[in-house]
Design a protein around this ligand. Structure first.
Ligand code: I3P
Length: 126
């Protein structure tokens, strides 16, 4: 049956498309594989959808789940040295997951960086 998430998790702060590469899972390095992701930032979490927003919304009805990241205690930093691409930043979670996010468009990546940083700074550290 459906479980309704807490209200704070339902409040979307920002959403859009970015290039994403997950480079570690639970501290274990992964092979870098960039792909376009529809990204939804709420006060406590970021959700990464592999498919378009439209596709993701229709998949929800079938119980398909995005990758959800807990921002409590997470770190965000620019990661120039981790890619040949421009405008890359990294999010590292308490659980040891590492994500690179990228856009060629300067203002888009800056908006995302600040929105995620603000969300992290508002949360308790643990
Ligand atoms: C990787 C792929 C990535 C690239 C990465 C390569 O090769 O080309 O796009 O990262 O570079 O290893 P493969 O597809 O064979 O795994 P960037 O685009 O971010 O540079 P890296 O190994 O220097 O991270």
């Amino acid at each position: 049956k459906d479980v309704i998430p807490p209200l704070e998790q339902l409040m979307v702060e920002k959403e859009g498309y970015l290039q994403k590469a997950k480079i570690a899972d639970g501290g274990k390095k992964l092979r870098k594989n960039w792909s376009t992701s529809w990204i939804v930032l709420s006060s406590r979490t970021i959700e990464f959808y592999k498919e378009s927003k439209q596709q993701a919304l229709s998949n929800m009805k079938t119980g398909h789940k995005p990758e959800s990241v807990d921002l409590c205690g997470a770190h965000i930093e620019w990661a120039k040295e981790k890619s040949s691409r421009k405008n890359v930043f990294q999010i590292t979670t308490v659980s040891g997951n590492e994500f690179l996010l990228q856009s060629d468009i300067d203002f888009i990546i800056l908006d995302w960086f600040h929105a995620i940083k603000n969300a992290i700074d508002r949360l308790p550290k643990d």
